[in-house]
Design a binder for this molecule. Structure first.
Ligand SMILES: Cc1cc2nc3c(=O)[nH]c(=O)nc-3n(C[C@H](O)[C@H](O)[C@H](O)COP(=O)(O)O)c2cc1C
Length: 206
């Protein structure tokens, strides 16, 4: 069992190009959302919600927005980086079967959220843990997930009717894939390399 968990952790990839568009079983979707909802959260606030997006019109409108934001970022690059970025696919919004937008409600469980008085971000950390649970569960179900962050929060809020005060944290493309790459896309495209784990470890002091 332990072996399986490590295997899934290392097999997980961020997917852009490999979505097939095939159906996702409702029971599978339910299992990955239930896994996400089982995440730890500060003060047990469970501040997340999940919007399952299947409507073509919504996906198209979001994709247009992402294309625009991609151009905004591309305009900040020069020389070799610009050339490298031009070859990198940054989303699979149109190709993936469905999307899951994960949101954060800072008021959930309030006003006194145990453990958040000194670190406001602890609420957001909790949402990210739910996302990671979802990502690993989807990997175990042989589905791909691609996190898209090329968007403005206000745009997504308006598009999906997310109430004021609730923040969209991630647009996740989800669905069956032809394969999971062994090497992250950004590394394959020479954008960045994975840092050896030993460099991330410090003992006693930084
Ligand atoms: C908070 C966050 C935002 C991300 N946003 C994007 C994105 O907008 N587009 C994209 O292609 N990948 C995005 N990614 C995926 C990363 O590029 C990817 O996780 C990283 O390159 C490592 O690859 P791996 O996930 O396959 O190990 C995002 C990942 C995280 C955690």
């Amino acid at each position: 069992m332990m072996h399986d968990l490590y295997e899934i952790i290392h097999r997980r990839r961020d997917v852009r190009a490999e979505f097939t568009g095939d159906a996702v079983d409702d029971a599978v979707l339910d299992r990955i959302l239930t896994a996400a909802h089982a995440a730890p959260s500060v003060g047990m606030s469970q501040p997340w919600d999940f919007i399952v997006v299947r409507e073509e019109g919504l996906k198209k409108a979001f994709h247009e927005h992402v294309r625009h934001e991609r151009d905004v970022f591309a305009a900040t690059l020069e020389g070799e980086a610009a050339g490298r970025f031009a070859r990198i696919k940054i989303d699979g919004v149109l190709e993936s079967t469905l999307s899951i937008v994960v949101t954060y409600d800072p008021e959930r469980g309030g006003p006194a959220i145990l453990g958040r008085h000194a670190i406001a971000d602890a609420g957001l950390y909790s949402v990210c843990l739910a996302i990671q649970n979802l990502w690993l569960a989807a990997t175990a179900e042989e589905l791909g997930v691609g996190w898209v962050s090329f968007y403005r929060e206000e745009f997504l809020q308006e598009l999906l009717g997310i109430p004021a005060g609730i923040r969209p944290v991630a647009w996740l493309c989800v669905g069956p894939v032809s394969r999971l790459q062994e090497i992250p896309d950004l590394e394959r495209h020479g954008w960045r390399r994975r840092r050896p784990p030993a460099l991330a470890r410090h003992d006693d002091r930084w």
